[in-house]
Design a protein around this ligand. Structure first.
Ligand code: ZN
Length: 200
């Protein structure tokens, strides 16, 4: 069966999304096709405004477009500014925040590609060097997947440069009570709390 081109085009687009195969993509498209015109327009509008999102100038977290350059976490005076937790993506911040056991700052390095991650790590190093505030600890909180492990080792190597200038700086990683293959965003709060408290 050959589908009308507009439908096939949209299926192809949805198929590009992470973890979405062509069959699931087709289900999405036919679902949308059966929605009212108003519903579809609302959906399209939400997609459209997505690109208006801004990024925090310190931690790279996505935030509402506001007059400030910092997100609500970076702006919050009650947060511990001497601790920075390096994560891969924004949703990892949500997971760590839910544990209510972490009160430091975050830094998102992204998952796009190694080059971008390296750039972001370098930017973080520069920011720390330029900052008048002393950083006591950097926690590397990546997924317990092969990919996450690679990023963690890579980040530790890059950040080790800072240890020369700041010998008392601690670079830690989440406790390895995490089962192999687990991603931060799917971890329950207890597991994540233990990983956070067991960091070394
Ligand atoms: Zn921020």
């Amino acid at each position: 069966m050959v589908l009308p081109r507009v439908i096939q085009n949209l299926i192809d687009e949805f198929s590009k999304l992470p973890s979405v195969g062509p069959r699931q993509a087709a289900r999405f498209v036919f679902y949308l096709l059966n929605q009212s015109k108003e519903e579809t327009e609302k959906f399209a509008k939400k997609l459209f405004v997505l690109k208006k999102i801004k990024y925090c100038s310190f931690c790279n977290r996505a935030m509402e477009s506001t007059a400030t350059h910092l997100c609500d976490i970076c702006k919050n005076k009650d947060r511990d500014r001497a601790t920075i937790c390096v994560v891969e993506k924004d949703t990892d911040i949500e997971s760590l925040e839910k544990t209510k056991r972490y009160n430091g700052l975050y830094y998102v390095i992204g998952t796009e590609d190694e080059k971008k991650q390296l750039e972001r790590l370098k930017t973080l190093i520069e920011k720390i060097k330029k900052s008048s505030k002393k950083i006591g600890e950097i926690i590397i909180a990546t997924d317990a997947t092969t990919e996450g492990e690679t990023i963690a080792l890579y980040a530790a190597r890059q950040l080790a440069e800072l240890k020369k200038a700041y010998p008392e700086l601690k670079i830690t990683r989440l406790g390895r009570g995490l089962s192999t293959g687990s991603e931060l965003e799917y971890m329950d709060e207890d597991t994540l709390t233990n990983a956070l408290l067991g960091r070394k």
